[in-house]
Write a protein that binds this ligand. Structure first.
Ligand code: PGA
Length: 235
């Protein structure tokens, strides 16, 4: 594991954008696993800038996102699909057919989960997976549990997550209680993992990376990955 500590969010985003840009330039048809949340927003804006300056080319890049709320799609402004288009996809030269996000609006969620795993496999897996960490130690929406769940699955959100994500909604009652999340397997099978965490996540991050692997802190599993970079920002 490479643990990089930086002092500012700006520096964290700059480093993360450089790592992602390097993957894209080394493998122009790479599969990028992407994350939502506040933490990667500035990284995405730097990637948009690089793309508008023609320093990075997403025309052959494929993406798979970690998760989506059940019942939400592009027309819901809090959906992760909308987040990704607003913060990245609308501002880079990616082909829409190469963008993949679990569909929270489908009737058959179990089938959507199966199809998502099949899709990731058909793409040959993920080259670089970007990750945040939840206050409860989740990655994607793999919530604390008694066991790791390896496949894409429907999950009931932990009360800690509902509370944390209520900042994007009018109130806590409006936060969806269920989500579809990529499971642990595609994350751990990614060629490289890049985790970003700010100061508000210090305690849970330290627990995840130094206190041993346990499904009660799902992010702890990434310490088993052979190519893991964690960027911790002291701001
Ligand atoms: P945040 O979310 O970046 O908005 O803190 C991270 C996460 O919940 O995985």
């Amino acid at each position: 594991m490479e643990l990089i500590t930086v002092n500012t969010k700006e520096e964290m985003a700059r480093l993360a954008a450089e790592i992602i840009a390097k993957t894209v330039s080394e493998k122009p048809d790479a599969v990028l696993g992407l994350a939502t949340g506040d933490t990667p927003v500035h990284t995405y804006s730097l990637l948009c800038e690089k793309c508008s300056e023609k320093l990075i080319d997403f025309s052959k890049i494929k993406t798979v996102n970690l998760d989506e709320y059940v019942g939400m799609g592009y027309n819901d402004k809090q959906s992760f699909k909308r987040f990704m288009f607003d913060n990245l996809f609308d501002k880079i030269n990616i082909k829409h057919e190469n963008i993949h996000i679990p569909d929270g609006k489908v009737a058959d969620i179990a089938l959507e989960c199966e199809n998502y795993d099949r899709l990731i496999n058909s793409l040959g897996g993920i080259d670089l997976q970007l990750l945040g960490i939840g206050h409860d130690g989740h990655i994607g929406f793999n919530e604390p549990s008694t066991e790791f769940i390896y496949e894409t699955h429907k999950v009931m959100l932990d009360p800690v997550t509902v509370k944390a994500n209520s900042r994007f909604f009018k109130n806590e009652n409006e936060v969806p209680r269920f989500a579809i999340t990529m499971g642990i397997s595609p994350i751990m099978n990614a060629g490289k993992l890049l985790m970003l965490a700010g100061k508000d996540k210090k305690e849970i991050l330290m627990q995840a990376i130094f206190d041993g692997v346990t499904p009660s802190v799902p992010a702890s599993v990434i310490t088993k990955h052979k190519n893991l970079t964690v960027i911790y920002c002291n701001e």
